[in-house]
Write a protein that binds this ligand. Structure first.
Ligand code: CA
Length: 229
């Protein structure tokens, strides 16, 4: 097969690395496995893989540092990263997403979950290239960026500028998890300032106005928010 996607797997636990690689290759991906952060960074630069699966807890250079370096290097900064973390390391997930990781899985995970995340990251990186200004239509919602207007079943709904900004940002990245800080960063306009704490208030207000569609905005415990996929 030509144009096989290459995935770099950075994981120090040999058994887990083998399982990940086995499953990726069975799906038709080309893989390169390494066990340390230093090797991971080296291969990221040398190979420029299409995706990196990065364990956070590594001997030597941590996954977090690898992620930071990948995002700082102009040769690697656009490569999608899926972080692998042990359960309960919520704070690490938050920091990882803020460092620019695209998604995460927590251990233990099934190969099926990982493959779904991989496919979803590849789908998104394709979507990002398209700049689309036409209104977003999701279930009964119409989000019109040109008019700064939300309608539910054709009834216009009054939103504040921040509420609209948050809704549009989340809805245009369906299924992505964002931390409060990332949301603040994304909607920071020139005339209004939003704090992280205020995001919770804005989301609460937004859900109220969404009525029966309120559950489209999901809370990801310990991490942030996401628009239902
Ligand atoms: Ca590890």
């Amino acid at each position: 097969m030509i144009n096989k996607k290459t995935i770099l797997v950075v994981e120090d636990e040999e058994d887990l690395r083998d399982i990940i690689i086995y499953n990726l290759e069975r799906e038709g991906y080309k893989t390169v496995g390494v066990e340390t952060g230093e090797q991971g960074l080296e291969q990221a630069i040398a190979l420029k893989p299409d995706l990196i699966i990065l364990d956070l807890m590594l001997p030597g250079m941590s996954g977090m540092d690898v992620c930071r370096h990948i995002r700082q290097n102009t040769n690697t900064q656009v490569i999608p990263v899926i972080m692998v973390s042990a359960k309960g390391e919520e704070i690490d997930i938050v920091s990882g997403l803020e460092l620019g990781a695209d998604d995460y899985v927590t251990k233990p995970f099934s190969p099926r979950i990982l493959l779904a995340r991989v496919r979803s990251v590849f789908r998104r990186s394709k979507q990002v290239e398209v700049v689309d200004v036409s209104p977003l239509k999701i279930e009964g919602l119409t989000i019109d960026t040109k008019k700064y207007q939300l309608s539910i079943d054709d009834d216009p709904i009054d939103l504040t500028k921040s509420e609209f900004g948050i809704l549009h940002f989340l809805a245009s990245h369906r299924g992505w998890v964002f931390t409060r800080y990332q949301i603040v960063d994304a909607i920071r306009g020139d005339k209004y300032v939003v704090t992280e704490r205020a995001i919770d208030v804005q989301i609460a207000g937004l859900r109220k106005k969404l009525g029966i569609h309120a559950d489209l905005i999901e809370t990801v415990r310990g991490v942030g928010y996401r628009f239902k996929e």
